[in-house]
Design a protein around this ligand. Structure first.
Ligand SMILES: [Zn+2]
Length: 553
């Protein structure tokens, strides 16, 4: 009799998993359901520095960033635990609890050392665009990511009954958080103004996404122009509007408000993501995803992975001390407040958990630093690489021995070096000697000897975490704080080990989360195990992080 019962329940389980794609409620005994939120919402704000929570605090409303701080739990000292601090890696690390040495995303672009070929972090030539006629925009998938994400683990933990949807205007900001098993990842195609995906996920957009695209929201937003939310003279936290640290929009004569986006529509809809309207549109699509995919509608936890990319474009163009950036965050605060209010009414307050973090932060413009009597500088990457290759050609008879300095590591041209004079060891030694003499360079490290090189332990750990033997150049350049790769232009950038680039927000709110904060230092790789612990699912398979247990109720 007992055996018969077992056989029957085994049969039931087989039947259930065969229909795993249709969501069905858990066949549990009443009261035995695992306590989990109905919906997990990940919000990454591209280029958001931790101090923006406080820099603009007085002007935030009560429903956005402040609500997260007041109702939720802030992990005040969260740092990026690898070099270089860029978008593709940040999204990978937040969702995998892992680092480039293990998860394989060694840059936005990186060089496969064995072949010398450049790979884009989300690039995949075997798939194609779904949702527009822009060919390259959809040749994207998560295949270059070598480990599972927390979203993959959620899918596996519920035998694919949990839904995972990822949304970001940048493809990599959507695809990498969505993981390998997402139901869908959507990103923005500038030329058409459409949200698109790739054949990795599906062959046709769902009707709700097509309908969303048909509304032509980008045009509606751009027709409004971009003016400051409040009178411009109230932006006391920022430098004045017309300064030499800011980049101009194409066709504009000054980097100032109002930004006449209505006059830019004839150049396509790509410009939307360089305005706060791109953030609004991202959250509009996220809302539509909750609505149409019934995210959080039943007891099986779903995951909505959002990344808000426009603050990064705006920050790059204008720098962190601009009215443009301040206005971007004041507007994002309003958008987040509306989004949380929507989730409260749709999924129910207390039924979802949201976390907010960033893929990286940002430096000050070096000229701004110099003008304000602080040390800084531009490391002229291309010119220095050309000079180095000339030195190596003269001394070792090798042409173009260095392929690239991208991601602050030196990728070598191994076939060229083999056919020239001089050993690899001698050439590496010469490169290090040459680079160490360049202005702005703090350390140059042969990554095969990183353990015995004399550098601060905190730097050593992070450059080792960032070094992927198959995908990173073997020599690492570490610049002095406030120095970055660039030729002396406007705006700002990120990528270094400096706290300006690596101190990110990590705030959680909602189901299972205590109110409070901790000042204990944590790493970006601690985010994923914090979330998987909350969800009672396995951590991603490349995880090296540890959960922030103080945040749990
Ligand atoms: Zn960026």
């Amino acid at each position: 009799m007992k055996i018969k019962t077992l056989l029957i329940s085994a049969f039931t389980i087989v039947t259930l998993s065969a229909s795993a794609q249709q969501k069905k409620p858990l066949a549990t005994t009443a009261g035995n359901a695992v306590p989990r939120p109905k919906l997990m919402v990940g919000i990454m704000v591209d280029q958001m520095r931790w101090d923006y929570l406080y820099r603009f605090y007085e002007r935030y409303g009560n429903g956005g960033f402040k609500r997260m701080l007041n109702e939720g739990f802030s992990v005040e000292n969260t740092y990026i635990d690898y070099l270089p601090s860029v978008t593709g890696i940040g999204h990978s690390t937040v969702y995998t609890g892992s680092v480039p040495a293990i998860h394989g995303i060694a840059g936005n672009d990186f060089i496969v050392q064995a072949t010398g070929k450049t790979l884009y972090c989300a690039g995949d030539s075997t798939v194609s665009t779904v949702g527009s006629s822009t060919v390259a925009a959809g040749q994207m998938s998560p295949r270059n990511l070598l480990v599972t994400t927390m979203t993959d683990e959620l899918r596996m933990a519920t035998n694919y009954r949990s839904k995972v949807i990822a949304v970001a205007s940048k493809d990599r900001g959507s695809i990498l958080p969505g993981g390998h098993t997402a139901n869908a990842a959507y990103w923005y195609d500038g030329p058409s103004g459409n949200w698109i995906t790739s054949t990795y996920y599906m062959n046709e957009l769902p009707a709700w996404v097509s309908n969303f695209n048909a509304q032509k929201y980008p045009e509606k937003y751009l027709k409004q122009d971009w003016n400051t939310l409040y009178p411009i003279d109230t932006y006391v936290q920022s430098t004045k509007d017309d300064v030499r640290y800011e980049g101009k929009f194409a066709g504009a004569t000054t980097p100032t408000f109002p930004v006449k986006t209505s006059a830019m529509i004839d150049r396509g809809f790509g410009i939307l993501t360089s305005t706060p309207y791109g953030s609004s549109l991202t959250l509009d699509l996220a809302k539509a995803a909750v609505e149409n995919e019934q995210l959080g509608a039943d007891a099986i936890t779903d995951f909505l992975a959002i990344s808000v990319s426009p603050p990064d474009y705006i920050g790059h163009q204008f720098g962190p001390n601009s009215i443009e950036v301040e206005d971007t965050y004041l507007r994002l605060d309003r958008d987040l407040a509306a989004f949380f209010a929507y989730l409260d009414s749709k999924v129910g307050k207390g039924n979802y958990t949201a976390f907010l973090t960033a893929d990286h932060a940002v430096q000050q413009n070096a000229n701004y630093m110099l003008d304000n009597k602080m040390p800084a500088g531009f490391f002229q990457t291309s010119a220095i690489m050309r000079e180095l290759n000339t030195v190596l050609e003269n001394e070792f008879k090798v042409k173009n021995a260095v392929r690239s300095f991208s991601n602050y590591n030196v990728s070598l041209n191994y076939p060229a070096i083999e056919s020239g004079k001089g050993s690899l060891a001698d050439i590496k030694k010469r490169i290090i000697e040459f680079l160490q003499k360049k202005e702005g360079v703090a350390f140059v490290v042969d990554m095969e000897e990183a353990q015995t090189t004399n550098i601060p332990e905190n730097y050593r750990e992070r450059i080792i975490n960032g070094y992927n033997r198959e995908r990173s150049g073997v020599i690492q350049i570490v610049l002095k704080p406030a120095w970055y790769s660039g030729s002396g232009g406007t705006g700002a950038t990120h990528g270094t080990l400096s706290p300006n680039d690596t101190h990110i927000p990590f705030v959680l709110m909602g189901w299972g989360i205590k109110q409070g904060k901790t000042n204990t230092p944590y790493n970006m790789s601690d985010i994923a195990p914090t979330i998987t612990g909350l969800l009672k699912i396995q951590e991603p398979n490349g995880n090296i992080g540890k959960a922030v247990i103080e945040a749990y109720k």
